[in-house]
Each structure stands twice: as structure tokens, then as C-alpha cells.
Design a protein around this ligand. Structure first.
Ligand code: HEM
Length: 448
């Protein structure tokens, strides 16, 4: 029980202690649940890449099925394979370039809303701008005012609910009972609890579903290609030449909304914290942005010249990976790093730990963006996996990098920022890794 409390309360410290004490591959059991935790790049390579076929997403993702259905993030087998082909096509560079103007205009709108203000919370701002970017990219002009608010409210409710740990306690309570699939049973119990947040969660899913269905119907009727949803509607499988049906489109749209917003917002918020705590790095970024970006906002082809700024983002995601761990499950017995892992083990790639592991990184706790300009970058590519690795690596990584570079460069070109608190924030670990207390700053318009 003490282990579970520590694991839930401060998982990062729990992981650190365990790896320090037992090494890079650790197996343990909590009641009937078996876990293998990996802080070893070769072992992570085996699980996520080399032997990826032996693993599925862990049962921890079951809860997400309620909202994501059979979307790319959690589907398996042939359904996943086909969807991955279709979605990789939709996320190709040329399609990202087409929605790039949305990233610029949404950032500009955020800047307009700052007029007359002297203080903002960049964590909140990054959260709302990334949500606007992803929903406007998906739905385009058809998605305005009230709809936009509905997506925001519903997603907020859904994400908040998914971050609660109630299901873990229910699992523990029913652990001694003779139930075969305890995780699924825990989920059912959770869904039937007469609690307000449970009701809000399910009604938010319903509202979001309705809106997405309307968008799909309109998108099909108009046969245009003005936004990401249109791109997804027209995506045709290179093997069997079929397209997605409405249910699959719904699942993918919601998956992209969930996967593509908070992650990018957190990456940006940590980057702001690091930049404001390291004025010399902020100075270099400001200089680079000044050189490269000719107007108020970057052009798409200017982004590739923002090499130092990109290194800053990469280093920020090394120290503070938005997904701080990912997990898998093996249906059959498997071996990892020469150790036998019994069937049905939750195998966790500890992203936060591996990206600070001194075996792979020099001065691992320091913020040194230069290491991503070649020297000092880890030799082992499985020691740097903010976007995951192997066949299930993030399909939106390019989208995220383009978006983050665009938002950062527009903000830095227009404003000077200073942090209001001299102390670096503590970690808040839920589904994603967030800074406690947001990121409050004072802001001053450049040239004013
Ligand atoms: C900084 C931002 C982001 C980070 C750190 C991130 C991280 C990740 C990671 C670690 C995975 C793998 C999960 C696993 O293996 O269990 C993943 C998968 C995924 N991401 Fe991202 N992501 C980001 C942004 C985005 C964006 C912007 C989108 C879409 C617009 C997106 C869509 C997806 C999808 C659909 C998957 C599932 C891919 C599959 O299983 O085939 N992500 N992401």
C-alpha cells in the first residue's frame, strides 16, 4: 500500500529511488499487477522498436477507449496499421504547411488579447492557443465562436477526469475478489458511480461527439480541402484504396484533439520556464528570431533556419518530456535485456528517467541546448524519446515542432517577458508532466 501511495503521489521520485536501488530494468508486483520499469536504452529499444510486435498498449489506456474509441492512439492490430497509413499521409509535410497559417493567426489573436495587459499566465495562454490551433486546423472556418467554446469546455472536462486516479484505488479495492479482468471491472464500477464529475465527463463526450459528427457531415457535403478534417476525409489507403467511415473519422478527430493539444502546450510552458530562468539562452533565441524571421511572424520556409530555437525546444523536452513515461503490455512471456518478463506485465519506458540518465547524457540535469546542435547529444537514440519510438512513435511530431517554433518566435519577436517568481516550479505529474502553479510572467511590448 505504501508503494502505491508513493507511486501515485510522487511518481518521479518513486522511479528515481527504484532505479537507483535496483538498476535500469526493474520488475515488481503490486497485488496481482506485474510491472517492469525500464531506464535502459537498449531495453527500451527492444520493447518499443525491435520486438514491438510482441506488445500492445498497456491496459492503462483502457480508460481512454471511452473517449478515443478505436483512434490511432490506442487501437491495435490491423485497425491500427491501416489507420497509421492513412494518418501518416494526412500528417505529411505538405498538409502541415497548409494549416500553418492557422498557427500564425491563432498566435496573433492571442497577442491581440494581451493588449493593455502587464501580466499573463503563459501556461494558460499556451493551453488555449494550442487548443485553438488544433481545433481550427481540424475544422477551419466552419468552427467559430460557440463551437470553439464547446470544444474547449468539453475537452477540459474530459482531460481533467482522465487525470484522476480514482480507478487505481478501485482496482486495489477489488484486487482480492475473484474477478478475471479486474481493470475492466474497475472501469465499469467507476462509470456507474453517481458522482458529478463522472456525469460531466460522459455528457462532455456526448457534446463533443455531436459537434464532430456535424463537422464530418458538413465536410463530406462540401468536398473541399480547406482543413485537416477534409484531408482526413479524403485520405485513401494505399493498399486497399478505402477511406475512413464516419465512426473512424470521429475517433481520429477526437484522438488528435486529445493527443495534440496539451502535450504541445506543456512543452511550450516548460520551454518558457527554462528560457526565463536562463536569460543568456533567451538572449540567443531572441537574436536568432530577429535574424531569421523577416516579418512579425515566420514564413513556413524560415522555420528550418531557427536551429538554435529548435535545439532549445528539444533540450526542454529532454528535461521535461510532456509524456513522462509510456507503457506496453505483453500477451505472452517475453524477454527484455535478457530477463524473462511474464505475460501480462505492464512494461514502462521511463522517458523522464532515461532522458536524464548519466549513462547516456553528460551533465544530465543541466539545461544545455547546444547539445542538440550535435556535440554532446546522446549516442543512443533510445535515450531521447519525447515523441516515443518505433512503429507507434508520435504521428504529430512535425506538426508539434512547427507549431511550437511558430508560437515561440511570434511571441518573442513582439514581447519581452520576465518571470514573476524567482523559483523554478515543482513538477506536477498526471497524464502529462506539468509545472505546478503555471507560468506567470510580466510582459512588455517590444519597441513600446
Ligand atoms: C510536444 C508535443 C507532443 C509530444 C511530446 C507527443 C508525444 C507522443 C508520444 C510519446 C507518443 C507515443 C505514445 C506511446 O507510444 O504510447 C505519441 C503518439 C501520438 N501522438 Fe503525439 N505528441 C505531441 C504532439 C502531438 C500532436 C500535435 C499530435 C496531432 C496533431 C499528436 C498525435 C499523436 C497520435 C495520433 C499518436 C498515436 C500514434 C500511434 O500510436 O500510431 N501528438 N505522441
Amino acid at each position: 500500500m505504501r508503494t502505491l501511495v508513493q507511486r501515485t503521489k510522487d511518481p518521479i521520485r518513486f522511479y528515481k529511488n527504484i532505479f537507483q536501488k535496483y538498476g535500469g530494468i526493474v520488475f515488481f508486483q503490486l497485488g496481482p499487477y506485474k510491472f517492469a520499469m525500464l531506464n535502459d536504452a537498449d531495453a527500451i529499444h527492444e520493447v518499443l522498436h525491435k520486438n514491438a510486435g510482441l506488445y500492445t498498449k498497456s491496459t492503462g489506456y483502457e480508460r481512454f477507449k471511452l473517449i478515443l474509441g478505436n483512434g490511432l492512439l490506442i487501437s491495435e492490430g490491423e485497425v491500427w496499421k491501416k489507420q497509421r497509413r492513412l494518418m501518416s499521409w494526412a500528417f505529411a509535410s505538405k498538409h502541415i504547411e497548409r494549416v500553418f497559417p492557422v498557427m500564425v493567426s491563432e498566435t496573433r489573436d492571442m497577442l491581440k488579447s494581451w493588449e493593455g495587459k502587464t501580466e499573463v499566465d503563459l501556461a494558460l495562454e499556451m493551453n488555449s492557443v494550442t487548443l485553438q490551433v488544433i481545433s481550427q486546423s481540424l475544422f477551419g472556418k466552419r468552427h467559430q465562436g460557440g463551437d470553439s467554446l464547446l470544444v474547449r469546455r468539453s475537452l477540459q472536462n474530459i482531460l481533467e477526469y482522465l487525470q484522476t486516479t480514482r480507478h487505481l484505488w478501485i482496482q486495489l479495492l477489488i484486487a482480492p475478489l475473484p474477478i478475471r479482468d479486474k481493470r475492466r471491472a474497475a472501469l465499469k464500477i467507476e462509470a456507474s458511480l453517481p458522482l458529478r464529475d463522472t456525469r460531466t465527463f460522459f455528457s462532455s463526450i456526448e457534446k463533443l461527439d455531436q459537434l464532430v459528427e456535424e463537422m464530418i457531415t458538413e465536410g463530406r457535403a462540401q468536398k473541399g480541402s480547406e482543413n485537416f478534417l477534409d484531408t482526413m476525409i479524403s485520405a485513401t489507403d494505399s493498399e486497399d484504396h478505402t477511406q475512413m467511415d464516419n465512426q473512424q473519422l470521429r475517433d481520429e478527430v477526437i484522438s488528435v484533439l486529445v493527443a495534440g493539444h496539451e502535450t504541445t502546450a506543456n512543452a511550450l510552458t516548460w520551454t518558457w520556464h527554462l528560457l526565463l530562468a536562463h536569460p543568456e539562452v533567451l538572449g540567443k533565441v531572441t537574436e536568432e528570431v530577429g535574424w531569421v524571421v523577416s516579418g512579425e511572424a515566420p514564413k513556413f520556409d524560415e522555420l528550418s533556419a531557427l536551429t538554435y530555437t529548435k535545439a532549445v525546444l528539444e533540450e526542454s523536452m529532454r528535461l521535461y518530456p510532456p509524456f513522462w513515461r509510456i507503457s506496453r503490455k505483453n500477451a505472452e512471456d517475453a524477454t527484455v535485456g535478457g530477463y524473462r518478463i511474464p505475460a501480462n506485465t505492464t512494461v514502462i519506458a521511463a522517458i523522464f528517467s532515461i532522458q536524464r540518465n548519466p549513462t547516456y547524457w553528460e551533465r544530465p540535469e543541466e539545461f544545455l541546448p547546444e547539445r542538440f546542435l550535435e556535440k554532446g547529444r546522446s549516442e543512443n537514440r533510445f535515450a531521447y524519446i519525447p515523441f516515443g519510438a518505433g512503429p507507434r512513435a508520435c504521428v504529430g511530431s512535425q506538426f508539434a515542432m512547427v507549431e511550437a517554433l511558430t508560437i515561440l518566435s511570434i511571441c518573442i519577436k513582439a514581447y519581452r517577458f520576465e518571470r514573476t517568481s524567482p523559483t523554478f516550479p515543482e513538477l506536477f505529474t498526471s497524464l502529462t508532466l506539468q509545472p505546478k502553479g503555471g507560468c506567470k510572467v510580466t510582459l512588455k511590448k517590444r519597441g513600446a
